[in-house]
Ligand binder design. Structure first.
Ligand code: PLP
Length: 428
């Protein structure tokens, strides 16, 4: 497959956009080459500017769980746009999506909509700090919660792909309030509590980590965090930007049976439009302006086009009783197929998967935290990525990313992918 037009477009973009992209991980820096420029997408497929058709395993980094250009979402956006695109005033639509979200997710009474996952997480920790009257938070190395200052400390995803998990521009003053723990290491968290008594406002965690590849929480880990938080008067924040409305209707809280105090959302909740949200029980959410003293706002928050898209997406997931089971089965089928081919081709690998989040690590030891995720062979990954691209398969251009499976994928697509994995890794 040729990607000439994409290369030209990238050269033009580089002149006027830093690095040619509006979000770093799109830049292919970790794998080499130039990014693919998309013209359109439908269902499980991307169509690029060179006329190539690609099977998409990123799906806009998660949102397109029911496929690209999902008709109910597209139609709702078109119809809403005709009525006006932004008012900066309340609409009935906002209450409708809020009611539906609250009915789907356990343990939340109220939800506030924002424009991105970054905003959701940044607002969630402000709320937690205001509510507990404490300053410090615990985050886990390799988890990514968006690019606000408090989180760019050992962050995953793009930050780690570019070898800069700690960004210049984050002040020492801010950094000192973020305590770092190792994912899946309870003792480490307990030590932080012991060293900072009555100072920790919140633990924020990706309940299934997705920004250092996919890393499941070990059995009992989330429950043990819950207990530590209860013991220490600390709030537990589940960053469900990836897992929310993807792993189950009620996200990771439902899947693992563990209650969080604040939950953040992004990706699927906006149906592909820029939406984030954070939610909690009344006693916490009532602390937020205009009811309470913790300030948070947004000119375009609750934007009618975004709310219309999100509402249709949530409705579709709410009414389709089989969707999460189908996603599980399709992803399990893909996992089994890839496992068989990599084993047959003598590749050292570990595959991690929870529901429709999956990643292939090119190292055979278990991947349970950032340190073990970093052991993967990046040269293998580069060959794997470019090999698949040549076969018309688009996975994330970094070994530190999860693949997001869409229900639009057919079993023929999956078989095609498994065959391509075989062909590509035979040549390693
Ligand atoms: C777990 C998690 N939290 C927060 C974010 C930030 O969301 P956004 O990119 O919408 O700002 C991301 C983005 O990938 C994420 O994966």
């Amino acid at each position: 497959m040729l990607y000439q037009r994409s290369s030209q477009l990238f050269a033009e973009a580089e002149k006027v956009i830093p690095g040619g992209v509006n979000s770093p991980v799109r830049a292919f820096k970790a794998v080499g080459g130039t990014p693919i420029f998309v013209k359109s997408a439908k269902g499980a497929y991307l169509f690029d500017e060179d006329g190539n058709k690609l099977i998409d395993y990123i799906n806009s980094w998660g949102p397109m769980i029911l496929g690209h250009a999902f008709d109910p979402v597209v139609n709702a956006v078109i119809e809403r746009a005709k009525l006006g695109t932004s008012f900066g005033m309340p609409t009935a639509l906002e209450t409708e999506i809020a009611e539906l979200a609250v009915s789907m997710v356990p343990n939340i009474d109220k939800i506030r909509f924002v424009n991105s996952g970054t905003e959701a997480c940044m607002s969630a920790i402000r709320l937690a700090r205001g509510y507990t009257k404490r300053d410090k938070i615990i985050k886990f190395a390799g988890c990514y919660h968006g690019h606000s200052d408090s989180f760019l400390i050992q962050a995953g995803s793009g930050a780690i792909t570019f070898g800069a998990p700690n960004s210049p521009g984050v002040t020492q003053g801010t950094a000192k309030d973020t305590l770092l723990a190792k994912y899946n290491d309870l003792e480490n968290v307990a030590e932080l509590f012991a060293a900072n008594p009555n100072e920790i406002a919140a633990i924020i965690i990706e309940p299934v980590a997705g920004n250092m590849g996919c890393i499941p929480p070990q059995k009992g880990f989330l429950q043990a965090l819950r207990e530590l938080c209860d013991k220490n008067g600390t709030l537990l924040i589940f960053d469900e930007v990836m897992t929310g409305f993807r792993l189950a209707k009620g996200g990771a809280q439902e899947l693992f049976g563990v209650k969080a105090d604040i939950v953040t959302f992004g990706k699927v909740i906006g149906g592909g439009l820029p939406v984030g949200a954070f939610a909690a029980r009344n006693e916490i959410m009532n602390y937020l302006a205009p009811l309470g003293p913790v300030y948070q706002a947004g000119t375009l928050s609750g934007n009618p086009l975004a709310m219309a898209a999100g509402l249709e997406m949530l409705k579709a997931l709410h009414t389709d009783a089989g969707v999460f089971q189908r996603l599980e089965e399709k992803t399990a089928y893909l996992e089994k197929g890839i496992r068989e081919k990599l084993t047959a081709n003598n590749i050292k690998f570990t595959i991690n998967r929870v529901g429709s989040m999956i990643s292939v690590h090119f190292d055979e030891s278990p991947v349970t935290d950032l340190q073990s995720a970093s052991k993967g062979d990046n040269e293998y990954f580069k060959k794997f990525f470019h090999g698949l691209l040549q076969e018309g398969i688009y996975i994330a251009p970094s070994a530190y990313e999860t693949w997001f499976i869409t229900d639009a994928l057919t079993y023929e697509d999956l078989d095609f992918t498994i065959k391509a994995v075989d062909k590509v890794t035979k040549q390693f």
